[in-house]
Design a binder for this molecule. Sequence first.
Ligand code: ZN
Ligand code: ZN
Length: 270
Amino acid sequence: MKLILLGSGAVRCDLERWGPAQIVRVGQENLLFDCGRGATMRMTEAGVPFEAIRRVFFTHHHYDHNCDFPYFFLTGWVLKRNFPLEIYGPRGTERFCRGLFEVAYEDDINSRRHHPLYTERGCEYVARDVLEDEWTLAGDGYTVRMVHTLHKPHILDNLAFRVEAAGKSIVVAGDNIITPALMDLAAGCDVLVHECTFPTERIENAKWGSFHTSPRALGKWAKERGVKRLVLKHFAVQPGVEVEPMAQEVRAEFGGEGLIVGRDLLELDV
Ligand SMILES: [Zn+2]
Ligand SMILES: [Zn+2]
């Protein structure tokens, strides 16, 4: 398996760190997890033929995690995708897709449909809201296990994913606080890709601090649960928020070579 971190940034525009998105490659198949700002451009840079992607997974529907998705979907169709895209995500995923492709882009899609330049099925999709406490999708030589995690409860549902293939595992989390379900999902994994949004002090003292995990708490639980390599992402770089001091906070708990400070287009063989 291979992890390609497409974007290591968060909400704000940052030319070095684009929005949340990552690819997990299993054999020949590229699975896309989140599709934030510039994801399609980063896929192009990474040499990922995004029109061949069959399965997309959303952690949650904050716009920093899905704003590139209409571009990805429609340009994939332009590039001759000829099968319905499978989309998996938390509650609200089907509604999100319906709003995009049956409301916002309905006229665009109808203007291209049945035109000889466009395939018949590339504008179709199958979206599934994962409502079960835990659900596993089987693929060609891999499985994707999904559990719900807490980010902005009661408003936004939120998922984390564990991809397993040939005895190896990559866990992709979105934005979240620490929960038993997430810790159990990530226990003993080869790679955990996890947010490192703000410094510990800011998270502990902010009103919205309950939406995110602090760097120190992340390092501690990842260590306790036997995570082998921890990739940090979703840095909210802005005045007063810098990556290295946050990484140091994680390092105090999760030291050694297992800690990887994510950057755009980072590739990791697993
Ligand atoms: Zn986010
Ligand atoms: Zn979020």
